[in-house]
Every structure is written in structure tokens, then in C-alpha cells.
Ligand binder design. Sequence first.
Ligand code: AP5
Length: 263
Amino acid sequence: MAEKRIVLLGPPGAGKGTQAQWLCDAMDIPHLATGNILRAAVANNTPVGVMAKPYLEQGRLVPDDVVVGVVVEAIDEAKKNSLSGYVLDGFPRTLRQAEALQKVLLKRKEKIDKVILINTPDAVVMERLSQRRSCPDPLCGAVYNVKSKPPKVDNICDLCGKPLVVRDDDRPETIEARQKQYWHDTAPLIDYYDRKGLLVEIPGEGPLYEVAGRIMEAVSKIKRPSFRKRPEGEAQANKDGQGEESANGPQDGKEAARESKEG
Ligand code: AP5
């Protein structure tokens, strides 16, 4: 099977983690979530964890160099197990991280196949995050929602039986800080990947399974690029080593995200 490398992009609480888990199960590829990796590092008191802890607590971004290092390690680990691709959830989150990722992939003659923007309005994510309950076990990390995805037994993880917790950064003031950070540092990636023809925007509202269906549809449209026949307008993108046809057309994601932000 050809490797598939997919990036999930979207504001905090858009459903990246939930959808990534389903997508990875369906495709049998690993879920590389920087938030989960950093929380595990904090729980295990590793040097990265000690450094990252105050950033996570305040909803601020951990410095690029640290996160890039963590991701390269996770990608290497996935490759060692000869797994066929991965889903990146929560990375890249700044233009510097995106450029660093591209450099690493180019060196390895690899590329991102698709960037899926889960476009979810701020008010919706605010409500979802206030209802989120998470398994505190870094090896489990299952995510629930008291309304849309409750555990079978009240407040107990279905998978490992641990009592569920409200994440430290799911307090209203921290959620707001994370949203601001998203629009300031991460939203520019929408244009960045749109220009490369990699972006597909899907609405993040609606039942979980409907959102999952939209993502699966976007992923099923991934094609290996034919280097003999380059689609019009992708010359620059392919020169960058990143060209790919976007299922919704290059403008869709950018415009929908702006509308959501403005409306
Ligand atoms: P991270 O863990 O990545 O947090 P995030 O991006 O803010 O994303 P969330 O985990 O909050 O939301 P999600 O989109 O995964 O939504 P979920 O599926 O849980 O990062 C945490 C911190 O780590 C950052 O603040 C930063 O400090 C640091 N960090 C991480 N990556 C970094 C990087 N690259 N650079 C620098 N620092 C970094 O869903 C949310 C809730 O909604 C759940 O309860 C879920 O059940 C529910 N839900 C989901 N979809 C639906 C739906 N369709 N309908 C109803 N409910 C739904």
C-alpha cells in the first residue's frame, strides 16, 4: 500500500483528535498528536515535559524547535515499524513548523498527501471543549464528551477504566487563549497549504459520524501525482515537491475558514 501522510488542521476542539483516531483505525496508520505526546512528556516528567508544562497550562504554543524535534522522533519511530504513513494532529501549527516539516520530508523524498481543515466556528468549539472529558492515562488518552460521546459508565474510561478528567487547558480563559493563538499563528497555514494545492476544507459541525464521512471522502480522493501530466496551475506547487489536486478546489478552504471566522 502506498504511504499516506495526512495533516489535520483546525481550531482547538474542532474534533481533530477524535477524527484522527477513527481515520487511523480505518487506515491502520499511526496517529501522531503533538498535544498527546507533550501531555505524556509532562506526565512522565521528562526534560521536554518539564519545559513544555507551563506552555500547555497557559494554552501557549511550545517553542517550534522543541515540537519539531518531538515530531521528527515520532515520524522516525513510525517508519521503524514500517507503518504505511501517518496522520499528524496538532502539527504543524506555525509557518516555521510547516517549513521545517517540508524540509524534513523533502530530504526523505516524501510529501504530505492532504491537509484536511476541520472548519468549526469558535462558539461550537467553546461548547465542545467545556463538555470534553479525557482519559488521563498517557498510553490511553481516549476523549469523550458528556453530550455527544459519553462513556458507557459515568466518568470512567471505556478503554482502560481510569476516572476521566477535565483537561487543565479546558478552562474558559485558557480555551480563549488557545483560540486566539490559533487565529494568530495557525490560521495562516490555511493559505500556505491552499497555495500548494493540498488543502481540503470540510465542515466540522454535525454528528461525529457525518464529519468522519466527509474526512474519509477527502482521503479517498488522494491520488499519487503523475509527474508526466501536471494539472494546470500546480507548476509552483510541484516545484516545491508538494503538488496535489485539491478535491474542493484551491479557494474553498480559505474562503470557508474566513467566513466562519467573520460570521
Ligand atoms: P492539542 O492537544 O493539540 O490541543 P488542540 O489543538 O487545542 O486540540 P484539542 O485537543 O483541544 O481539540 P481537538 O481538535 O483534538 O478536538 P477533540 O477531538 O478532542 O494541544 C494542546 C497544547 O499542546 C497546545 O495548547 C500547546 O500548548 C501544545 N502543542 C500541541 N501541539 C503543538 C505544536 N505543534 N506547537 C506548539 N505547541 C503545541 O474534540 C473536542 C470535544 O468535542 C470532545 O469532547 C469530542 O468528543 C467533541 N466532538 C468532536 N467532534 C464532535 C462533533 N462533530 N459533534 C459533537 N462533539 C464533537
